[in-house]
Design a protein around this ligand. Structure first.
Ligand code: ADE
Ligand code: ZN
Length: 349
């Protein structure tokens, strides 16, 4: 249809996608075969013997608003997500994984992206930094040259690990700071408020990194976490908030986000794990209509029935009643709230 063509062709910037959330069943199978690693959906799960078994197990993790969540399901997602890391061993694996994202990105006209990665999930398995980062770097160079997709990396700390571990990883990553543009915070948010990580975020800002942080829709203290991320962490609050959808419930939070001009990365499909269709459209609309610079993104496409940025844009178009003009605003927001150089931004706009 015409709207599909418009959404497909518009130049895009993606700001919220976990590289480890792009390990599709096919990729995982390939890496597992190549490395001789075991294939399980979760650490304590049975060994999976075929790609079909893996596909079936991953399919059960997809967001589905007809069985709107419970914490149990959340836990299952994280268990599976981290078990998925196990197939990554060599520089070639990290290179192939990043290249797989960039190749997909090119097919839907993503021209620039800022990609999350979770170093703690790799160092804890004995992966050397150089293996990860040089794999990323080579893919990034090749994508820019051959696919016209530019990129930068956002290093996320796992908030269910200690602030000390975050600090250690921050320091260890400094030799690669030429390709790391920002610092983020992800993983399970339960009892892990933004202010716990004040020290490392303040230091990172001082050192010139951009700052963002997940404020997930299912966090029990969602409003307080958005307030902390928006106004307290690193002295005055962060540069962006990832998700933060529940700001739509409180005018005070909306005002704060507007006043500080904080960009927000919204991942519609992801919220169907915890929200109904009926709730989702209106909430996104509240933020959009308030004039907040929200962007549309994919989060963990491999765990979401292969829904990438294009499918997420089509979903909000439908759920929020957006027209092509609105889609163009959302695409422009992503360019504006990105941390790309002005030359890169102008080239996309
Ligand atoms: N890491 C990867 N996916 C995530 C999500 N949806 N929420 C928090 N942390 C994540
Ligand atoms: Zn995320």
């Amino acid at each position: 249809a015409a709207e599909h063509k418009f959404v497909l062709e518009i130049p895009k910037v993606e700001l919220h996608v976990h590289l480890e959330g792009t390990i599709t069943a096919e990729l995982r199978w390939k890496f597992t075969q190549r490395n001789g690693t075991k294939l399980r959906i979760a650490k304590n799960g049975p060994e999976l013997k075929t790609i079909e078994e893996l596909r079936t197990a991953m399919d059960l993790l997809r967001p589905d608003s007809s069985r709107v969540n419970n914490d149990e399901e959340r836990f299952q997602f994280f268990e599976a997500y981290y078990e998925g890391f196990e197939c990554l061993k060599t520089k070639e694996d990290f290179f192939d994984l990043a290249m797989h994202y960039f190749e997909h990105a090119a097919t839907v006209n993503v021209r620039y992206c800022e990609l999350f990665f979770d170093p703690q999930g790799h160092t804890s398995r004995g992966t050397p930094w150089i293996v990860m980062m040089e794999g990323f770097r080579e893919a990034q160079k090749k994508a820019e040259k051959e696919l016209n997709v530019k990129s930068a990396w956002i290093m996320c700390f796992l908030r269910d690990h200690s602030p000390e571990s975050a600090m250690e990883h921050y320091r260890a990553a400094l030799p690669y700071r030429d390709i790391i543009i920002g610092i983020g915070l992800d993983s399970n948010e339960e009892d892990r408020p933004p202010v716990l990580f004040e020290e490392v975020f303040s230091l990172a800002r001082h050192d010139g990194f951009k700052l963002t942080m997940h404020c997930d829709v299912d966090s029990k203290n969602t409003h307080d976490h958005i307030r902390q991320a928006g106004s307290i962490v690193a002295g005055q609050g962060l540069d962006r908030i990832d998700h933060g959808l529940n700001a739509a419930d409180e005018q005070g939070l909306i005002n704060l986000i507007l006043k500080r001009d904080v960009g927000m990365t919204i991942c519609p499909w992801s919220y169907l794990r915890h929200t109904t269709y009926a709730e989702l459209g209106p909430k996104i609309r509240v933020l959009y209509d308030a004039g907040i610079k929200i962007s549309i993104n994919s989060d963990d496409p491999a765990y979401m029935e292969d829904c990438w940025i294009l499918e997420n844009m089509l979903l909000v178009r439908l759920l929020c009643g957006f027209d092509d003009k609105d889609i163009a605003v959302l695409a422009r927001n992503a360019v504006n709230i990105s941390w790309a150089t002005s030359t890169v931004k102008e080239d996309i706009l």
